[in-house]
Design a protein around this ligand. Structure first.
Ligand code: HEC
Length: 118
């Protein structure tokens, strides 16, 4: 039992720290080289994995195929796609979890200042 308790506590702590950070605004200060941009790297993932639910004109879901919308939600996006399949709030809803390499694109996009294009 003890063996299970420690990872369980760690997961709970991680989930909660993610939740609180998801409210902060994006645009971290960053002055290094930019390799990840919305147009070149982020939008193609949204079009292939988040459509049609999050593309314009489809109901009430955030239109993540618009730069400003995606930028304003980057913390929540990273939180949602980092969850495990089946956890409440997991994205992409009803689909397989993104491979880590694609999740990393969103993390890097944020770290590099949520740039739109080069
Ligand atoms: C099958 C439809 C579907 C797909 C595919 C999908 N979502 Fe969602 N998404 C939803 C629904 C429905 C909600 C609202 C309910 C909720 O918040 O869980 C939502 C809510 C969200 C939210 C929080 C609400 C907001 O407006 O900010 C984020 C962030 C999000 N999705 C990101 C994504 C990302 C990123 C992808 C692609 C990797 C994705 N979703 C794929 C249906 C989908």
């Amino acid at each position: 039992m003890k063996k299970l308790l420690i990872p369980a506590v760690l997961i709970i702590v991680m989930v909660f720290s993610n939740c609180s950070s998801s409210k902060k605004s994006a645009s971290p200060a960053y002055s290094g080289p930019v390799t990840v941009t919305y147009d070149a790297n982020v939008l193609p993932i949204i079009q292939s994995h988040c459509a049609p639910c999050h593309t314009n004109g489809k109901g009430m879901r955030a239109a993540l195929n618009e730069y400003d919308v995606a930028k304003g939600r980057i913390d929540n996006i990273i939180h949602r796609i980092s969850l495990q399949q089946g956890q409440m709030g997991f994205m992409p809803k009803k689909h397989d979890r993104l491979p880590d390499s694609l999740i990393q694109v969103f993390v890097d996009w944020k770290a590099q200042g949520v740039v739109e294009k080069k």
